[in-house]
Design a protein around this ligand. Structure first.
Ligand code: ZN
Length: 265
């Protein structure tokens, strides 16, 4: 597919500034093209009959907008153990701490190591996000056998530390994925629901015995959307608040809030 022309959004058609921005951006990208086209990296590539790397593409641009911190929004001190700039950047944006992990060739071992690291930080944090991108990256190769191998490796890795997680009565374990990544077809990511499981003291059980897309679709949690996730976690942590009750001027979804005690003076 060719790169697309730079155009203002429909909603800003009447705004001359939007047209000026798109003209300037186009000019900038043309300048990039001219400079990259003549670069020696590209003459070398063309001699080797490789495609030149001669253009920049802009994607999802926006302006910085301050948001509530994770702690203020959900009342939990958050930590992420992940590899990859996007997670580090997102966590920085919402005020979650980050332990930067690095990927080896063994995703299961990496996952087990991250879970052990998470367990050693449970005193300082109420919510620990442990992430692996390995199945997503594997699916992007469109090789389903590679994706299967990665999932099997993660299964072994999780299995090697599962008892530690299940033995802690204070711990709520949630395993899920943020989206489907199809191993065939043209889509990068797709909209099929992903499985989710929640294990912890007092968490209601259902009849589902296997963690996969088909079995989990029939479970008691039903269809959980992304926006349902944190309220659900607060509920299972016994930290969710009765609607309408407020212990701070802000109507936040959790208790206890950062409350100001009643003074007799
Ligand atoms: Zn992806």
């Amino acid at each position: 597919m060719p790169l697309i022309e730079i155009q203002p959004l429909n909603s800003t058609q009447a705004d001359p500034e939007a047209h000026a921005t798109s003209r300037v951006l186009k000019k900038f990208l043309l300048d990039c093209y001219t400079r990259l086209k003549g670069h020696r990296v590209n003459s070398n590539r063309q001699m080797k009959k490789e495609c030149p790397i001669n253009a920049l593409a802009t994607q999802r641009p926006g302006r910085f907008k301050a948001v509530d911190s994770f702690r203020r929004r959900w009342g939990l001190r958050g930590l992420s153990i992940s590899s990859g700039l996007i997670y580090w950047g997102l966590c920085n944006f919402i005020g979650m701490e980050v332990l930067k992990a690095h990927d080896s060739i063994d995703p299961g071992k990496d996952l087990a190591g991250r879970i052990e690291l998470a367990c050693s930080h449970l005193r300082g944090f109420d919510f620990v996000h442990v992430h692996t991108k390995a199945p997503d990256s594997a699916a992007h190769t469109k090789n389903p056998y590679l994706k299967r191998a990665v999932i099997e490796s993660l299964d072994r890795g999780l299995g090697s530390v599962l008892n530690t997680l299940l033995d802690d009565p204070e711990l709520l374990l949630v395993i899920t994925s943020d989206h489907s990544t199809p191993s065939s077809g043209p889509l990068i990511h797709s909209g099929e629901p992903v499985p989710i499981t929640v294990v912890g003291t007092g968490v209601r059980r259902d009849g589902i015995e296997r963690f996969d897309e088909i079995n989990c679709a029939g479970g008691a949690l039903g269809f959980v959307t992304g926006a349902d996730f944190m309220p659900m976690v607060l509920n299972f942590l016994d930290r969710t608040k009765l609607r309408g009750l407020m212990d701070t001027p802000e109507d936040q979804p959790y208790w206890p809030g950062l409350r100001k005690p009643f003074s007799l003076e």
